[in-house]
Structure formats: C-alpha cells, structure tokens
Write a protein that binds this ligand. Structure first.
Ligand code: MG
Length: 384
C-alpha cells in the first residue's frame, strides 16, 4: 500500500530524513502535506519537489514571505497544523515538531482517525496517557519514530506487555560519558554540541549530553508500551548500533540493530507492518568489531532519576520536567546557565509543582506554561 503522509516539521532533521525516505521508497510513501515553523525558503523547495497541495507555516512573518506554487494552499498558524493533520486524504501524520506545539495536531489527527508517527518526544512525555487513551478509543496506531522506541516496537511485534520483563533503552552516553564528575561544571556549549554518534538539532544534542533525552525516552516508553517505570531501564552503549532491547519473562532478549540513520525508523513507521528494501547502508559487523555496554552514571547525571520520578508519578509532572528542561537548555545555549544547572533548574521546578493526576490537554498546556515561567524565575535567581 502507498501511504499518503503529512509531515509536520518538514524542514527539521527528522522532516528532511522523512523526505529522503519518500524519495527512496516512492511506491510506498507519498507526501501530501508539509508544515514548518519559519523556514519558508526550504519549504518552498520541498513543496516544489514533492508537488504537495497543502503546506503550512506557523510563523506569520514567514507565511507572508512564502510564494506558494500554483495549486498549493498555504495554511497558517497552529490552526494550520490541525488542518494539515486532519486532511481527509491523509493515512499517516508524522509529527516532528519540537515542543508541545505538536500536541494539539496529534490529538486532532487521532480524533480524525489517522495513524500518527511520533518523532516529537513531547507528545508522549507530556500527554502520554491522554494520547494513548484517545488512540485506543479511536482504534488508531501510534507508530514510534524515535530510534529506541522504534527498536522496541520492532522487538515486541504487538506482544502483550505482560510478557515483557524489561524494556532496555540504549543511550550513547553523549560527549561526556567518560568526563570526571568534577569537570561537568566547566562544560562549554561548543563541547556539548558535539555528539559522538548522531547528527541532530541543537536542543536534542544538549539533551543527549545531560541524559535528559534518555530520561524523556523512559517516560515515552512507559506510555507507548504500557509498562510501569520499574520495567524501563537504560544501558549505555557508545556505538549506538543496538537501538534498544526487550527482555521477555522467559529471559530471552531481542534487540534491533542498524547503522545510525533515522531513515530506518522513519521507513518502518511508514511501511509497518511490512518491510521493503531501500538504499540505506547495511551494517558491517566485521568493521564494527565490537559493541560495548556499561551502566549509566546516575549519580553524576541526575536526569535519569528525575525522569524516573516524573514517569512514576505521572499527571502533569512529566510535562513540567520537559518544559523546565527546554527553558534550562535555552539558557545554557545562551551561556546564562552552567551545564549542571540544567539539572538543578529542572529539579527545582519539579519540586515546586502541584501535580494534577490524569490531566486533559488544557491542564497539560497550563502546566507546561507554568513550568516555563517558573524555570525562568529559577534561572533569574541562579548566579551566573
Ligand atoms: Mg532517541
């Protein structure tokens, strides 16, 4: 089957990989809608290349500069994202927008009966319970694009979560995996932006360095695969070849491996439940020679414990962790905060939060905004 796919966040790192997949397997994937924030020039090019009839720019300034090719409708604003996510002809909506902005279109797509492919962590971190409940009610699929969750999804193949003893997320460990704890305070923005194995956006690269990325992924996994946090573990695997593993109750472990290219999980989300050939680089085991594993440094990188706690308590706390982290990362990138102060800021905001159980979308968005404001106050009081 050739799937008609809408890509929200088409000019970012995941979006451009998704367009690469569409070029690689055109008999399986047709792109019918593209949305970006403000990269109107890149969007113009993508629209011309794909011939889509619907595009969206959420930034009004960028929208005013966009020259739509004839036959293409420009949608604007956050409403535009919802319009694209619910296009009647769409089979699958890929959500690859950074931040909670992807939440409303994700829920709208589910309500419209569309399967969604999730690359934005916020959707399952901040609203995992609401999203999974809505998906179950509407009978739609949530297909994970994050490499770890896509790996687990492949290992599980629809098995019941009662057969799972542990989900084991692999982490590269980031650029400071072996850095002595005492030196973490002197980490610079430039060093933190050098990821050892994956090429990604700035925010997620810093998250990989603090291990908040893995913390967010623990929470995502908890909702996506319906297991308690107790059964979600992290192991450091510096080569990023094993993308994650599942240990079943009989002690057998299944793992998914591939070269580090996001096109693999994107393609699987699009062609699932089938597999089709492509032009991606295969693994060369002899060249790899070895795969290493080591325990994460939970005492030196507090992100994992903070995330475990947020995932255990649920409610609005995961949204708060996520939003506080976003503001702290921005402050670190702006050289306003030290590297360890990212964790400290998140911990302080979480401690000040009054948690709401089983939140609806508006409560989640309110908690997100509260956490942003509170994080800004905490940062203002942090000595530079
Ligand atoms: Mg990941």
């Amino acid at each position: 089957m050739r799937k008609k796919v809408v890509i929200l966040g088409s000019t970012g790192s995941i979006g451009t990989s998704a367009l690469k997949v569409a070029r690689d397997i055109p008999e399986r994937m047709e792109v019918i809608g593209l949305a970006a924030h403000r990269s109107h020039e890149a969007l113009t090019q993508q629209a011309a290349e794909t011939g889509v009839r619907h595009v969206c720019l959420t930034d009004p300034e960028a929208a005013s500069q966009f020259r739509a090719p004839s036959g293409t409708t420009l949608h604007e604003d956050n409403d535009g994202l919802v319009e694209l996510a619910t296009l009647p002809e769409a089979d699958l909506v890929l959500i690859a927008i950074v931040g909670v902005q992807g939440l409303r279109p994700a829920l709208a797509a589910i309500e419209a009966g569309k399967d969604i492919a999730v690359a934005s962590k916020e959707i399952l971190v901040a609203a995992g319970e609401a999203v999974m409940t809505a998906a179950k009610r509407k009978g739609v699929r949530i297909l994970p694009v994050d490499s770890e969750h896509n790996a687990i999804f492949q290992c599980l193949e629809g098995r019941d979560s009662r057969e799972v003893s542990r989900l084991i997320l692999t982490a590269s460990g980031g650029p400071f995996r072996t850095l002595p704890a005492a030196e973490l305070a002197n980490v610079t923005v430039e060093k933190a932006l050098k990821h050892p194995t994956w090429e990604m956006g700035r925010k997620i690269t810093i998250d990989s360095a603090t291990l908040f990325n893995k913390g967010l992924e623990m929470i995502e996994a908890r909702w996506l695969f319906d297991v308690e946090m107790e059964r979600v573990e992290v192991i450091v695997h510096p080569q990023s070849i094993v993308h994650s593993m599942v240990e079943f109750i009989d002690g057998s472990v299944l793992a998914q491996l591939s070269t580090t290219d996001m096109c693999f999980p994107i393609q699987y989300a699009v062609t699932w439940p089938e597999r089709v050939p492509n032009t991606l680089a295969p693994l060369d085991f002899a060249a790899l020679a070895r795969l290493d594993f080591e325990a994460p440094r939970v005492d030196d990188f507090p992100a994992l414990r903070l995330a475990r706690r947020a995932g255990e308590l649920g409610g609005t706390l995961p949204a708060v962790l996520n939003a506080a982290n976003e503001i702290a990362v921005e402050a670190f990138l702006g050289k306003r905060l030290s590297f360890p102060a990212i964790w400290e800021t998140v911990a302080a905001v979480m401690a000040a939060h009054e948690n709401i159980a089983h939140p609806v979308l508006d409560e989640i968005l309110a908690a997100d905004q509260w956490a942003r404001d509170t994080a800004a106050l905490v940062i203002a009081e942090t000595p530079p």
